[in-house]
Design a protein around this ligand. Structure first.
Ligand SMILES: CCCCCCCCCCCCCC(=O)CC(=O)SCCNC(=O)CCNC(=O)[C@H](O)C(C)(C)COP(=O)(O)OP(=O)(O)OC[C@H]1O[C@@H](n2cnc3c(N)ncnc32)[C@H](O)[C@@H]1OP(=O)(O)O
Ligand SMILES: NC(=O)C1=CN([C@@H]2O[C@H](COP(=O)(O)OP(=O)(O)OC[C@H]3O[C@@H](n4cnc5c(N)ncnc54)[C@H](O)[C@@H]3O)[C@@H](O)[C@H]2O)C=CC1
Length: 719
């Protein structure tokens, strides 16, 4: 797992070998300890170079080992032993040196990096801190403010920036190992006293308290309940205020509080879930590893409203040439300006040239004739979309993939409008489409594996977390959102206020509570859908018919607000009031409170005390129960798919792992028991009835989430 060879006569070359990223597993750590010992005691070896095989230095600790009891030599003494040697040890960094990988490099006496490589201490993103000396060495090397920023954000740093910050000694464009070997030979015989970072004093900071107060305030604000960033600040403070040995002791103590925390488990689960979703499968048996995507170089977008503009930007930023089609002349003009602006701002942020030349515009659908893939983003209107799909079938060259960005319409029905339904999939982006990480790739029974593979690959190219899901009303994300939102409406009827509900959800860690989110996205969106579903009845003002529709409990509150023109932020009023239309600062609205009181009185609804726990259980368990139904129905292949959708598209706090992971954390039996209770109290809300997969999992002893697929498979095989 680490190999020692002698090169250039007197250089001991240690190569870390643990594909794909040379993570520091127990075997690798043992290999490093053994090879360093051997190199140091070999009189023919004058200096040592540490590198990683296959173009990656080291991706850090082996995250898969975190859940199990620790075996093998620990990292801290291993790195100390390297730093303490009397022969120069030089790190040859290719690809990445992250987490424990960078900590290992910081224990070396010199660091040479390839110009395309990057370094960082991303432990905070896994709910941890750099506890192999990283929190103590980095501030000593580059100063407190820069180290604080890197450690609390986990940001990866380019080779050029690493050189500027002083993390590395040299950047090379040539063969990194050869360059490092030459460098190592050139420093043989030089004193190593000034090269051991642990012996450095921490560079003084003029107003230490102020620096740490500001940092603490910043992380508390942005972390919204995550504990690791706060602990990282404390660890860096120890570096700035304590001698190295005491700082290390503090680092270990702080790490011990994080290591076994639920947040660390959740974040590490998210790390693997994000990668697992790319290994998609369909109920037909089609899979990611047996389905070859088509090459796509020219794409088209139809409809340049809110979504189409962002989609065009995302495609162009991924290097595709894009034909953007919009029928309304004024919209087309506005869209040109908006798309160019987004491309320019994005390019400025990334330090590259804007891809303006990649986008061409037209008001004529004929312009898409040569596209390899088309994404339709016109109004959410089935008749209009059907017409567009029929036109596309006539215009596009054979084999063009036809995708829809619909958020609620039936992808299969659209596919049936074309002579090649196997070429149709949903590509459900989230607003703003060039920013949001999530993409739901929706396949129907006739979508070909190749179409799915192509959309998934295109999503990856655009930097999205793409999740393949089956076709159903609302797909995965919006389908689960429905019971969540409806429970929030019911809570208002029963005595809660929008402020109370939102506060509970925001304290849980959501970026925005359900009512602030509804105001942001516009109340009219749901109103239109409910109208189309025949649920809205303005004449039903009192009595049973007002609150029971289609045989189940219904809250007309959202409809009543829309009838008053309270569409949310854009109207300056919704569940909250705003200073002016478009303003983002939500303020409690006495009108709304009064309206709720009158509504409850009209319907003879008693007001109960509702606490945060009830808000969380009612809203989240209803959403989770729908998630289990989605798994049971085979719409999502596994819980990781649902969790990735919620974390990357719906603001679910990552340190809580996603709804399905959260259900496991609070206990499936507990979720089941609460759902049973709520369903008993609200028998007219069918979705509160616990799903049979949930019952099955509880009956199987509530296995860990990694084992749910086995139970799901059994359920499917019995259907
Ligand atoms: C009571 C207890 C007291 C406890 C006290 C404890 C004291 C302990 C002291 C010492 C602790 C030291 C802790 C430490 O060192 C901390 C760390 O190092 S944590 C790890 C930090 N590293 C990272 O976060 C890097 C993660 N990886 C990446 O960012 C990317 O993978 C990378 C940029 C390296 C490569 O990206 P890319 O090419 O895009 O490939 P993928 O991301 O798809 O990855 C490919 C494949 O590799 C798997 N993988 C990547 N990194 C790791 C890893 N570090 N460990 C395990 N596996 C890793 C990844 O999951 C992919 O495999 P899949 O099968 O697809 O999932
Ligand atoms: N707005 C959102 O947050 C999200 C919307 N969606 C879906 O994306 C689609 C588009 O939504 P928005 O961008 O919000 O709508 P929008 O109303 O902002 O834009 C639609 C655009 O399509 C244009 N258009 C209509 N008919 C056309 C045709 N035949 N050819 C070319 N252009 C035509 C309109 O002029 C308009 O500019 C809808 O299906 C919606 O459900 C999906 C995810 C999120």
């Amino acid at each position: 797992m680490a190999q020692l060879t002698r090169v250039s006569g007197s250089v001991g070359l240690i190569t870390l070998q643990n594909p794909p990223v040379n993570a520091l597993s127990a075997a690798v750590r043992q290999g490093i300890v053994d090879t360093v010992k051997k190199a140091v005691s070999d009189p023919l070896v004058k200096c040592v170079v540490i590198c990683g095989q296959n173009g990656v230095f080291c991706g850090g600790a082996d995250i898969r080992e975190f859940g199990a009891p620790m075996t093998g030599p620990p990292l801290v003494p291993m790195i100390h032993a390297i730093e303490a040697t009397n022969k120069p040890v030089v790190a040859a960094i290719e690809g990445a040196a992250l987490g424990g990988g960078l900590e290992l490099a910081l224990g070396c006496h010199y660091r040479i990096i390839h110009s395309k490589a990057r370094v960082g201490l991303p432990e905070v993103t896994l709910g941890l801190l750099p506890a192999a000396g990283g929190s103590q060495r980095l501030p000593r090397l580059i100063g407190v403010p820069a180290a604080l920023e890197l450690i609390t954000t986990g940001r990866h740093v380019s080779a050029a920036e690493a050189l500027k910050l002083g993390i590395v000694d040299q950047v090379t464009d040539d063969n990194t190992v050869d360059t490092t070997v030459k460098f190592a030979l050139s420093v043989v015989g030089r004193s190593l006293e000034s090269r051991r970072i642990s012996t450095f004093p921490c560079p003084p900071v003029s107003d230490l308290d102020a620096v740490f107060d500001v940092a603490m305030q910043r992380v508390r604000q942005s972390a919204r309940g995550a504990i690791a960033p706060v602990t990282c600040v404390q660890a860096v403070r120890a570096a700035a205020t304590l001698p190295y040995t005491q700082g290390m002791k503090r680092e270990q103590e702080l790490m011990a509080t994080l290591f076994t925390s639920g947040q660390a488990r959740a974040l590490q689960y998210c790390f693997f879930a994000q990668r697992a979703v790319s290994r998609w499968s369909m109920p037909s048996g089609a899979r990611w590893d047996t389905s070859k995507p088509r090459p796509i170089s020219k794409a088209a977008v139809i409809g340049l409203g809110t979504m189409g503009r962002g989609i065009a930007v995302a495609l162009a930023q991924a290097g595709l040439s894009v034909v953007a089609v919009e029928t309304q002349e004024k919209q087309l003009m506005d869209a040109k300006q908006a798309v160019s602006g987004m491309l320019e701002r994005g390019a400025k942020r990334r330090g590259v040239a804007p891809a303006l030349g990649l986008v061409s515009y037209s008001h004529n659908i004929q312009a898409v004739a040569e596209a390899d893939l088309v994404i339709e983003a016109v109004f959410e209107d089935m008749d209009l979309k059907k017409k567009v799909f029929q036109q596309l079938s006539a215009v596009c060259k054979p084999g063009t993939l036809l995708c829809t960005n619909t958020s609620s319409l039936d992808v299969d029905h659209l596919a049936s409008q074309t002579p090649s339904p196997e070429l149709v999939v949903g590509m459900h982006f989230f607003a703003p489409a060039h920013v949001m990480k999530l993409l739901e790739v929706v396949y129907g029974p006739r979508s070909s594996p190749q179409a799915v593979a192509t959309a998934m690959q295109l999503g990856k190219k655009m930097g999205k977390v793409s999740v393949a899901v089956g076709n159903c009303r609302g797909f995965v994300g919006n389908r689960m959102l429905k019971p969540y939102m409806e429970q929030a409406f019911f809570l208002l009827e029963e005595g809660a206020t929008p402020e109370l509900v939102d506060q509970a959800l925001e304290e849980f860690g959501f970026a925005m509570g359900v009512f602030r989110m509804s105001d942001l996205s516009g109340l009219d969106v749901g109103w239109r859908v409910r109208k189309a579903d025949g649920l809205v009845d303005p004449d039903a003002t009192s009595g049973r018919s007002a609150r029971i529709r289609q045989g189940r409990r219904y809250s007309p509150l959202g409809d009543l607000l829309c009838e008053q023109g309270r569409f949310g932020q854009k109207a300056g009023r919704g569940w909250y009031q705003y200073d002016k239309p478009g303003s983002r600062v939500a303020k409690p609205d006495p009108w709304l409170h009064n309206f709720l009181e009158q509504y409850r009185a009209r319907h003879g609804l008693g007001v109960r005390h509702i606490d945060h726990q009830e808000v969380l259980e009612r809203c989240l368990y209803a959403l989770i129960n729908e998630g289990f139904r989605i798994l049971e129905d085979g719409i999502a292949a596994g819980p990781e798919d649902i969790d990735a959708i919620y974390v990357f598209g719906y603001g679910w706090p990552r340190y809580r792992g996603g709804p399905m992971f959260y259900a496991g954390m609070v206990g499936l039996a507990n979720v089941l028991e609460r759902l049973e209770h709520f369903h008993q109290v609200h028998p007219d809300v069918p979705y509160l009835q616990p799903c049979s997969l949930l019952r099955r999992l509880v009956a199987s002893g509530s296995p860990p989430i990694q084992k749910w697929r086995e139970v799901i498979r059994k359920v499917h095989s019995q259907l």
